[in-house]
Design a protein around this ligand. Sequence first.
Ligand code: VGL
Ligand code: ZN
Length: 205
Amino acid sequence: MNALLIVDVQNDFIPGGSLPVPQGDEIIPLINSLQHTFNLIVATQDWHPAHHKSFASSHAGKKPFDSITLHGLEQVLWPDHCIQGSTGAAFHHALDMNKVEAIFRKGMESEIDSYSGFYDNGHKKSTGLAGYLREHKVQEIFICGLAADYCVFYTAKDALQENFKTYIIEDATRAINPRDFEKAKSILQAEGGQLIESKLLHRHL
Ligand code: VGL
Ligand code: ZN
């Protein structure tokens, strides 16, 4: 079985939101059109409490995109985003959610960020996504969504570590910083991940 994993296609990550990913809106029609080819579709949702420690506003004298050490981990500080229940945290209205079987929320604990859909950044707590996918006999995961250099990258990295055959659909993701995504791609490829274009998906399904 294969699964499409749609990462964080939420208003705050789309141009007009508080942490916009350039051209993030462009991937939505493609993600919608790809859905029918997969056995299972799952989404992740960044879902922070107000005053989350990944927000620059939670640290006196800091501004968005500064970097700090938070409980021993490097933490980029973000504009406030994806606050539980806010419009910014909602899935973009153009994203087809009808076939999404489950939504895995992350980033709910104030003291630690969570880029991956599988684990927090300290790998302390699981979201249950790996177990869910295994229970559904999924062996191949195709990842799309936002942002390529953060949540998509870390989700793919954990998927590989959990021994799923892992693909990123390159034209169905966009990066905050494209140069960081280039680095991310070589790390993933070194770990056995594959980057593919949607038009060549049929070769892998
Ligand atoms: C993300 C930064 C902070 C993402 C989430 O979805 O890539 N990036 N929170
Ligand atoms: Zn976040």
